[in-house]
Design a protein around this ligand. Structure first.
Ligand SMILES: Nc1nc2c(ncn2[C@@H]2O[C@H](COP(=O)(O)OP(=O)(O)OP(=O)(O)O)[C@@H](O)[C@H]2O)c(=O)[nH]1
Length: 370
């Protein structure tokens, strides 16, 4: 429960992989809203011409065209959709463009004695606040955005001299209520996304990444490592003599061992970029971007030793131990995912053949024949 609350409060504990997913959602929604606002902002110029005197509508048309242009740029700005910081900055820019337009139009209308009572202006801050509801945000993020919109409204009221009047207080109150509702919807979306993400990507027994996620992430990490020329290690694990363990102590005892093994993997591969996954029945994989061979060997030994030293109570009342064999492979230049996994698998079976409860490092791939 506390874990869920923490995940909804702030993104600190979200995995890099979940951040990719959320970032993609934010990216596509900001782009959609930016396109929509671009059309609406410029389209509303026609309504302004009908409702406002020529001089005012022309000045506001410039503001509208500027805001519309900014939305166009925001929609066209293609950054890698998987970087959460960039997606949040894009959302911030969208809110800024809208609040700047709101402020500019208020100044222009006020200057001509209209006091924002013209159609399509009074609802602007409410629209910005409500818009927050469609983004999956943490409580801190949505509270930050909502506080900003409220602050702009407060400053506008102080500047207009309307602060304290019943209408102005009502507006602030309504804005705060809308902020709370939008915040609730926004955090709920995040929660739904987290639940669906976990169901789709986690192995239910161990809570580790499932095979699909491991494969997808390995592909992406290998691509990034090739570009940045950083090392990448993978480790393949297989529990030793697990079939006879199951036969002897029962399937439930086997499950307890699998869960404990997952815990050991998590405790040892602790960097944010590390990914531990269950690859098949009692086969596991670690994807370790940025890890060199010495660090990988040290980590493999520490996991092997942790398994070797573990004692567990199983439902039969016995105290049991288990061991694992490990194959380590370092990504080679121009190597693809299946080549890397095959070398890790070969190293694993070498470790099994050499007596189990040990690690083996894969040989680099032989260069392709000319
Ligand atoms: N308890 C439990 N057992 C599982 C699960 N998934 C696979 N297994 C068992 O894991 C065992 C895999 O054994 P094998 O791959 O034949 O090899 P092994 O006995 O581990 O022998 P070596 O790999 O050569 O050391 C099988 O008995 C599977 O039933 C699971 O989710 N829970």
């Amino acid at each position: 429960m506390w874990e869920v609350m923490n995940d909804l409060l702030a993104a600190r504990r979200h995995s890099r992989y979940f951040n990719h997913t959320r970032s993609y959602h934010l990216f596509t929604r900001v782009r959609l809203i930016a396109w929509l606002l671009m059309v609406l902002q410029s389209g509303w110029i026609l309504i302004d011409w009908l409702l406002l005197p020529g001089e005012v509508s022309t000045t506001i048309a410039y503001a509208r065209l500027t805001a519309s242009g900014c939305c166009l740029l925001l929609g066209l700005w293609f950054s890698h959709p998987y970087r959460l910081e960039v997606s949040l900055i894009r959302l911030l820019l969208l809110v800024l463009v809208l609040t700047l337009f709101q402020t500019a139009s208020t100044i222009i209308l006020e200057h001509h004695g209209y006091q924002s009572t013209v159609a399509g202006y009074a609802f602007f801050p409410f629209m910005i606040m409500t818009m927050l509801a469609i983004f999956p945000l943490t409580l801190f993020e949505v509270a930050g955005f909502a506080a900003f919109v409220l602050l702009v409204e407060l400053i506008t009221q102080l500047w207009l001299g309307s602060f304290g009047e019943v209408g102005a207080l009502n507006d602030l109150w309504l804005l705060a209520v809308l902020g709370a509702i939008a915040g609730w919807a926004s955090v709920n979306q995040l929660n739904m996304l987290l639940v669906l993400y976990r169901q789709a990507t986690r192995d239910p027994l161990t809570g580790l990444a499932n095979r699909r996620q491991v494969m997808e992430q390995l592909e992406e990490d290998m691509r990034q490592s090739s570009v940045s020329r950083k090392p990448l290690a993978v480790m393949m694990f297989d529990l030793d003599k697990f079939k006879s363990f199951n036969d002897h102590y029962g399937h439930a005892a086997g499950d307890i061992v699998l869960k404990q093994f997952a815990r050991i993997l998590r405790d040892n591969a602790k960097r944010k970029e590390d990914l531990a996954g269950r690859f098949g029945g009692e086969e596991f994989l670690l994807v370790l971007p940025g890890m060199n061979v010495e660090q990988a060997v040290e980590l493999a030994e520490s996991i092997r030793a942790a398994c070797h030293a573990t004692r567990l109570k199983v439902p039969t009342g016995d105290e049991v131990s288990f061991t694992t064999s490990i194959g380590i492979a370092m990504q080679q230049p121009d190597e693809d995912r299946s080549g890397l996994l095959q070398r890790a698998d070969e190293a694993l079976y070498l470790a099994k053949d050499s007596g189990r409860d040990r690690y083996c490092l894969a040989e680099p791939a032989a260069p392709a024949a000319a």
